[in-house]
Design a protein around this ligand. Sequence first.
Ligand SMILES: Nc1ncnc2c1ncn2[C@@H]1O[C@H](COP(=O)(O)OP(=O)(O)OP(=O)(O)O)[C@@H](O)[C@H]1O
Length: 575
Amino acid sequence: MLNTIKKRFALSTQGAKDFCKGTFFTVLLDIALMLPAVFVFLFLEDYLRPVFTPSASVTHDILYYSLLGIFFMIVMYIIAVLQYRATYTTVYDESANRRISLAEKLRKLPLAFFGEKNLSDLTATIMDDCTDLEHTFSHTVPQLFASLISLLLIAIGMAFYNWQLTLSLFWVVPLAIAIILISKNAIFKSNKTNYLKKRAVTEHIQEGLDTIQEIKSYNQERDYLEKLDTRIDSYEKILTRNELTLGILVNGSQSILKLGLASVIIVGADMLANGSIDLFTYLIFMVIGSRIYNPLNEVMNNLAALFYLDVRINRMNEMEALPIQQGDTNFKPENFNIEFREVDFSYEQGKPILNKVSFTAKQGEKTALVGPSGSGKSTAAKLAARFWDIQSGKITLGGQDISRIDPETLLKNYSVVFQDVVLFNTSIMDNIRIGKRDASDEEVLRAARLAQCDEFVCKMPKGYQTIIGENGETLSGGERQRISIARTLLKDAPIILLDEATASLDVENETKIQAGISELVRDKTVLIIAHRMRTVVNADNIIVLKDGQVVESGSAEYLKKQKGIFAKLLHPINL
Ligand SMILES: Nc1ncnc2c1ncn2[C@@H]1O[C@H](COP(=O)(O)OP(=O)(O)OP(=O)(O)O)[C@@H](O)[C@H]1O
């Protein structure tokens, strides 16, 4: 039972237990909410029956009923508090855990996943879907179960009192539920379309915000807004159709429920006429009949959320089922040589990017990857850090296959600087400290000095405490790159990947930084990618890639003599 609930609603074991507990208390609360009706029934039974039946007499005085009323109120209050705790608090806990688990999942996914998915889509799953599930689980689902269970219990209780009238009151319930269930598939499909259309609108808005600079500089505003209009129109159409379908169904079911009261009136009148019930019983059933469907009507009003549940749960399950990168966390290599052996790799099936690539980047040496644009240099560097998994061949670090090493453990050994620097909206000091969380201020400042940050930071009013805006928007490309290099120097990992790390720097600063880097890279494995040949000519080993294949390799002197691609790239214009 617990497992079924777990699977059906994508809950954790604790979540499934809490859900059962919450539903139990909601049932209890639904029953407790009947206490006022029970009170009225008992009171009228005692005080009105003597009016209809002269032989009967009043058994309890007003004080008794006042105390009973207070007792019922206390019971209702206690159950309401317990229900609130069992449902809302635990649902919010489950929701927080679900978000953490999804975020954890994302952290372990290979980078390839993020290339294929839209980021706003992922954020929406973690935030919006979780919020909606939270609401559905705290309100609609327990209420639905509670309404059905409490209705059943009340029906059984009433059947003992008078089964014919009970039957005429409740025959409509299965019919109303059947109508909803029969149309469930159609509603599910249209909900899914609705959901996808909504996502399309969100994604388009997000894309517009991300690329606002390009849209403005290429006068694309009109085109962008027209596309947005089309998407919103299409979403609106589906939304209206959805609401209409749901409205018709819900109102149809609610109207059928009203037939229950009508049949009690008719059947009751007939029974009253032939003397099988008294007027009091007839009146009581009419009072109950006018109130009994309220909880069920409430659930039907929230039916949209209930039908959305499957769409959202399916998306969560899809995300949870994605294969993650795993591996051994106990990784202690003998050395830090990186070796590519016959590596094949493609981002998309049928479009090979690397083809039987083999080379070794030795510890204590600087290995440069050069070649024309698009030849696969950055891809090879990222594969060396297991940002993606390769399709065939082998990449080893210190002789161990990196596909068997836990990505997080592996990355502890790497310092990476990419051309696209990512900075956080915090101080320069904190941005550099990301390289080593527990670094002292002295260590951070030393790394910053080696990366030539002092020069521009000293001109800022708050120096290293200056907040640099979202992704360092207040800094130039070169300044951003220097912060990123300082971060890498601070991390001081045994392997350093530099992908166009100094491309945004002027020659003077690049020379100074190279001196700083040289000091730190002794005994390390350095893999460097640069278009400027002056950055790579001092490398111990140069690997020339073309169309995803290694076409030349060796020292700069050796390759110059070969007069091949490297010699051409080395043309004075590049120096
Ligand atoms: N995430 C990705 N998804 C799909 N294709 C990609 C991805 N990243 C790169 N590519 C493609 O892989 C090929 C190699 O790209 P890569 O960035 O490795 O080349 P590169 O030699 O570093 O180029 P450059 O010198 O211009 O930086 C290119 O054709 C590129 O379009």
